[in-house]
Design a protein around this ligand. Sequence first.
Ligand code: PEP
Ligand code: MG
Length: 884
Amino acid sequence: MKTVYTFGGNAPHDDPRQKDKTVTGGKGANLAEMASIGLPVPPGFTITTEVSVQHLNGEDIRPQLEDKVADALAHIEQTVGKTFGDAADPLLVSVRSGARVSMPGMMDTVLNLGLNDETVAGLAKVSGDERFAWDSYRRFIQMYADVVLGLDHGLFEEALEIAKEDKGFYADTEMEADDWKTLVAEYKQIVQDELGEPFPADPLDQLWGAIIAVFASWDSERAKIYRRLNDIPANWGTAVNVQAMVFGNMGDTSATGVAFTRDPATGERAYYGEYLINAQGEDVVAGIRTPQYLTRAAREAAGAKPLSMEEALPDAYGELARVFDLLERHYKDMQDIEFTVQQGTLWMLQTRTGKRTAKAALKMAVDMVEEGLIDEEAAIRRVDPMALDQLLHPTLDPDAERDVLTSGLPASPGAASGKIVLDADTAETWAQRGDKVILVRVETSPEDIHGMHAAQGILTARGGMTSHAAVVARGMGRPCVSGASGVSIDVKARTLRIGGRELKEGDTLTLDGGNGQVMAGEVPTIEPELAGDFGTLMEWADKHRRMRVRTNAETPEDCRMARQFGAEGIGLCRTEHMFFDAERISAVRQMILAEDEKGRRKALEKLLPEQRKDFHEIFEVMVGLPCTIRLLDPPLHEFLPHGDTEFEELADATGYGVDHLKRRAEELHEFNPMLGHRGCRLGITFPEIYEMQARAIFEAACDVRKESGEAPLPEIMIPLVATKRELELLKALVDRTAKTVFEEKGLEVDYLVGTMIELPRAALMAGEIAEEGAFFSFGTNDLTQTTLGVSRDDSARFLAPYVEKGIFARDPFVSLDIDGVGQLVEMAAERGRATRPDIKLGICGEHGGDPASIGFCEKVGLDYVSASPYRVPIARLAAAQAAL
Ligand code: PEP
Ligand code: MG
């Protein structure tokens, strides 16, 4: 199997493996693709991800690669007409990682590789620029020492700072050739002192050191965290790309930049990007110098002075614009590009599908269908359902007052308020204890990623629109304001100044990622806009999906919201949630504490009108749509008072003594309540509870039918059934109650009685249970708990390490364990259908809102999924993707 692929020059690009990201990684595959369509790509080669996997497994990869790398290096040498290590005119290369999916900034890169005391002289001569050559050399030592030799880059930063101070310089650009020479000597001394051996001078040694280090960076701490946050498997590995260097720092006709073919924040069809004249790639993303605009229009709109690339380097810009169009037409998607102009000539260093905000993703998908670039189905496939979440949440009220402290770049849209925190660890700790936090940093680095994830929003003092903070925040859907130069931070004192005002860690701040404003205090928000591109894409999704989408909701407000989001019924109304109201809880407690059925009935009488009112409102909101109402599920003791005051209050209300109440509470105590006296077991032992609930449902349904003329469609659901007999008894109770109410009211409504499948026995016996139940709703929360024997409530402590160690690919309470629990679902669906071909099948566990689980539901042929209101649009899109 080929493990080293060359690209550029006259390299062949016809092996399909070379354009397969799983083999050559995103960067390698796209470099080959760009070269094959005739774009200017510096020649190079890619070592495949398979080699990375061997390296991960502890194999020595060098022996098998040595000849292949030598041949590939010869390809680069022939194409550019330079020789690696040639003292007169050396070839220099970059060594970069490139995983299947982009992991911005998470792995390592080495540039300018091949320099030593001899080759630097050759580079100086050939380029005619001694300063440039020595600057490149010191950059190389610094990077190599950090990435390959594992030395602290602070040591080198410090030496540079001291050198500048000695000279009275402020910026790096003031350093002359001789200053860099002196610094290079110092850098080499640092390496000697720290390692006890000299900096490697042999270019081939350098190359192998870098290749191995880049492979190893797959397992760096930050890469691991990023993988965990983005569900990237640990066994993919990364490819390594070695490529001829081109230089953006060879004077004023050279430049380097990053660009998007469309605006990644808004989706607008306008070239978008940043560049720097006379600079190397890392300068743009690292936020060390402030980059300039790409287009004249963007520069003018921002009122900025320094010339845009369009104005400063018109020929190279023209070529770039041509490349943009070619790339979009070729990939049929927005591209994120890195380029370098070396003395007027444009070189493409990378292209990849650009990360974008949810808003931009929608706009681009809809626009591209209108432009004829893609079809509706491609548009549906292209938008990540989970990303819609960003759009469904409120934005800042435009009419609310804003105490604007300063402004920065609108790096990632959305509104966020929270307490200021000044480092990533604090962000994580505070967020874990329930605080909303805004992470404020001078600039972010990949080490901050866990803090960015924990924060509601991110504010940085430095960095452009393509800085690390901006790219990562957009990917995570966190609002972000970057490059807010009015922010200065004193990390030691835990204080900061924003626009002249003194603030401290813990003070509240609001960010508007849409316009870059930073505001004191919390600013009120308004509901999101659900029309426009969102509406269009949802319409297409609805056209292409087969499964229905319902909601889990129990209040009229939630039902209304869910309908706005497109819910087509209620899939789960958890009636116990209607009991938590302060007034009702007292009646519930009286019922629980009652000594006998008579006492319980008396308390239930108080609850009946309340429940009836709830159902009445819900039926009105959900007119014409099916409503699955689940009878009481949790163990009774969940409703009991906690703490002395609550017991005293209850004693006042019921007339029982506190001691009596406490004794009764103790009697109800269970060692394992999740497997205890709950679900239909309550209905079997205290039928009067379910009878009251059924009565409330039927009375409300009859009343609504009478008032509106339209009959509601109640589906009464019995929880935690394990046997057919349980369902048989309880269905008979519901039917009896219906008959009585219909006689009393003098009218009838259609209804169904069905069950949840949330115990393994129920799944096994589904064929028999279907004789009694008209529908099954898979309660995959409990089904996961009971199949895995893992407690829903106690699993947080050990599930994260389980996921890290690859025991579960994802938390099985978030994404269905398709291999295990999925088998039970599939089997129960089949057995249920065998008994009752028209049985209605749905899912109402949390998995009903998880795109991967929804894909499985489609495969099994469920009729609907049910999700919490905010997840309804996600489920609509995921169901469409599953059906395509
Ligand atoms: C379930 O178990 O999946 C379910 C929906 O019920 P609950 O979460 O209320 O136990
Ligand atoms: Mg359940």
